[in-house]
Design a protein around this ligand. Structure first.
Ligand code: UDP
Length: 243
């Protein structure tokens, strides 16, 4: 059912937005930058006000990465559990900021923690979105040895999202790092297999493979650009589509 405010210019009615932990850091070198989260929350609200159903997967790399902890001697699964807890902290910060703007939000964690948020239940998540609530999927897939990119592809698949929006600090996918290489080629469109065979740094291979199997387009765009999210859901502006 379309929400009453549904804007006919919208290309994707239900989106999964993947925000990396890094995106929440703003200019800091660690942790959460509240002004950055507030700015993103406003963009999310603007897209929501257009009638887009939104679920969000938040990373945790701004606080803790499992691989780094493991390299320093923490048992890998334990270290990944710590990484997943970091995503819950980010999710709660984002929830608070979105609620401040008057939105209804539910954090749903893949690792049950009843006194803090809801457990992730697929049918409930769909119900929340249909009711106009924003769903934040926390704790990744709930399993070690995975990433929040894989969690994003997984949730986008099972929640039947029309697109997976990967927010980054660059405005799409290039053949090389555009900051270091002036001749780096910008790709407007790519196939899933192009990303895998050319090892382009879009998302990890497990995430790309799952998105390919589920036929969900991945849209890589810069979260730093003003109104970027609205532009993407309307199919305008600069971004790369992997499909
Ligand atoms: N993680 C995990 N399983 C998952 C998702 C995440 O074990 O399904 C852990 C992993 O240790 C990872 C950390 O959580 O390093 C933070 O997630 P990620 O690195 O994907 O965050 P991002 O790079 O998006 O900030």
């Amino acid at each position: 059912m379309l929400s009453p405010s549904f804007d006919p210019k919208i290309q994707y009615k239900r989106i999964l937005l993947k925000l990396s932990g890094e995106a929440l850091m703003g200019g800091r070198s660690y942790g959460i930058d509240l002004p950055t989260i507030e700015r993103m929350s406003q963009e999310i609200k603007d897209a929501h006000d257009m009638g887009v159903e939104i679920c969000i997967v938040v990373g945790g790399g701004n606080i803790f990465r499992g691989l780094k902890g493991a390299a320093e001697g923490i048992e890998r699964s334990t270290s990944d559990h710590m990484g997943m807890l970091a995503t819950v902290m980010n999710s709660l910060a984002l929830q608070s900021s979105l609620e401040y703007l008057g939105l209804e939000v539910r954090v749903m964690s893949a690792i049950p923690m009843h006194s803090i948020c809801e457990p992730y239940i697929r049918r409930r998540a769909v119900h929340h979105m249909e009711k106009g609530r924003i769903v934040i999927c926390a704790a990744g897939t709930g399993n070690p040895y995975f990433t929040t990119d894989s969690a994003a592809a997984l949730r986008a698949s099972e929640l039947h999202c029309h697109a997976l929006l990967k927010a980054t600090k660059v405005d799409g996918v290039y053949s090389a790092d555009p900051i270091k290489d002036k001749d780096a080629k910008f790709y407007e469109k790519l196939g899933y297999m192009d990303v895998l065979t050319q090892d382009l740094q879009v998302m990890d291979a497990a995430a790309i493979s799952l998105a390919r199997e589920s036929k969900i387009p991945i849209i890589v765009f810069s979260i730093l650009n003003h109104d970027a999210l609205i532009d993407v859901v309307r199919g305008r502006g600069k971004f790369t589509v992997v499909s």
